[in-house]
Design a protein. Sequence first.
Length: 431
Amino acid sequence: MSASEAFVMAAAAVLVYMFFVGGKIIKYSELQPQKWKLGKRRRLLAQCNSPLRQENLPREIKDAFEKILLPLGAADKRLLPARMDMNFRRRIEWQIEQLQRHRIYREIRVVDIIPPPKNNFTRWNDDGREWRECVLQCSALERFIRAADGKPLQEIYRKNACLRVLQSRHIRNSDRAEKSGTYYADKLKINCPSCSAQVQLTGQQTICPYCGGVIHSDFYDWQTETFELYEQIGVFGQRMLLMLASSVPLFISIFLCLWLIPNTRISLTVGVGTAILVLAAIIAYLSHKTTEQERMVQEIVRYSENYLRSCINEALYQQVSRADLMDYSVGTIRLEKVIHTEETTRISVRVYINETYLPEGKKPYTRKIKKTLTLQRARYPQRRKGTGRFFIERECPSCGANFIPDENNCCSFCGFGLQVVNSKWIVQADE
């Protein structure tokens, strides 16, 4: 058989394979026009007032995200919430100062948010503090808009975007289901700003029993710790890549067999058999990688991908050297290796990073980076050897006061629970 005839027959076999396999793995809803980039972009630009008001989400989730999205969209630090982690506030204020200096706005719009219960708050308690975290899976359009004429300078479309917010607050006495050693044993005591008498703070508003003055406090309000926008490969994209990747060896094996073996019947039999073996090998390899990834996750005690992402962000951008770097985010994280000792856990991960730059006199641009990192932490982070020297001359990351711990190792001024060092992932090597 000639090379051209072998090529045509192999291409026909691949097209038949893609037609039948594609019908099994691709949902019809993903091919509808409103799911395409053009259709989603129209719906994103049609939104108004605020980013999440038209989405079917609980009010507390909308408020948690819009407290950060609205100040960025208006480039106004006055819109930032009162309760923010100090380090996180510095980062957001730096972004807003960069936007104001370049006279542009950073607008983030979302659409097709996966509804609850999948997109909902995850809650837990730790050292007298209540935490909640929410990750919105959606499609997002990030635009940098010139303030002078309202024209967009750059648009970044993320089909499989993730918006993450992390908040914490002091555990209210009324919220306690039962007494626990991890909660505060006593209510917070403060001095009345009117008569200086010592008053027990029982809520956001307390009346002084001595002078009748009303004391307002945000001690029990939710405090925003982290906000992140990143993108991951969706299920639809993974299936498409798998189908395209498997089509290449299928085409090569059928083409070579038809071209090199004179007998057409034998060549077709050998070609199809070879293609089946190659496809089986690809599926076995991908299944092995998925199983290996799940096994490594289960080996790590109290593993959290979101917390690992936060540690990587903090380690890589603790001291930003470039003045034009406005924002950064860590997207997909792949575990490569896990090594345990009696004391520590060391991991090797591949991370995909997006960096957004605002160069002077030029348009904003985004750079994608792929890195391999080696990180280490204590194998059992919940075990504490001692806390005496740990809190000496340390600044509270929440309120900025000199950290004086109470009986639950929380800040005596704002109630923030400072995590111990052995729970944090420390970067050992960067490639």
